[in-house]
Design a protein around this ligand. Structure first.
Ligand SMILES: [Zn+2]
Length: 178
């Protein structure tokens, strides 16, 4: 079976949101270029992993002194309507790449029904401000009421939190003040 593919070289919209009531929420990402909108449905865990990957990229580039990574990403705005003719897929495999020359992050997404050796169904490239804003938004979407880590914007579970800003080595636990 041949799969339709899309490639957005200049992303004008990169958002994440949850649809539905708590407990039955479905998660999706919305990307657009100047011509078309793509809706990528995915599991909450996939979305959370992507947000963490974005945070890790920014954290590493900050450490390396890359100026664009040090600039604060704009706060995400409310997610606007999705055009009815948007292209949609269900996300299977998802990979993140980084183009050092252009400071662009690439997303490579395979349709869940694609074969192992099929090319990615969806490819897009985002700048560091876009992934920074999207990481904040993903953190908020995934958290759904749980407190967010002020450093990485990921939700803090009752048992504690492994922050990518600590390279994942030092979970900072929430402790009562004594
Ligand atoms: Zn954190």
């Amino acid at each position: 079976m041949a799969f339709e593919r899309r490639q957005f070289e200049e992303v004008t919209r990169a958002e994440a949101e949850a649809i539905g009531v708590p407990g039955q929420r479905r998660f999706r990402m919305i990307f657009a270029d100047q011509y078309e909108t793509a809706v990528l449905w995915l599991e909450k865990q996939q979305l959370q992993a992507l947000g963490l990957a974005f945070e890790q990229i920014i954290g590493q580039l900050r450490s390396a002194g890359v100026a664009e990574a040090r600039a604060a990403a704009p706060r995400p705005g409310p997610v606007g309507p999705v055009p009815p003719d948007a292209w949609e897929i269900q996300v299977g495999r998802l990979m993140v790449g980084f183009d050092e020359d252009r400071n662009l992050v690439s997303l490579f997404i395979h349709d869940i029904e694609a074969d192992e050796d099929d090319p990615p169904s969806f490819v897009c490239r985002m700048n560091l401000a876009q992934i920074g804003t999207m990481a904040i938004q993903i953190g908020e979407v995934v958290a759904a009421g749980r407190p967010l880590c002020p450093r990485c914007h990921q939700p803090i579970d009752p048992g504690g939190h492994v922050c990518p800003h600590d390279n994942g080595h030092f979970p900072h636990l929430i402790r009562p003040i004594d």
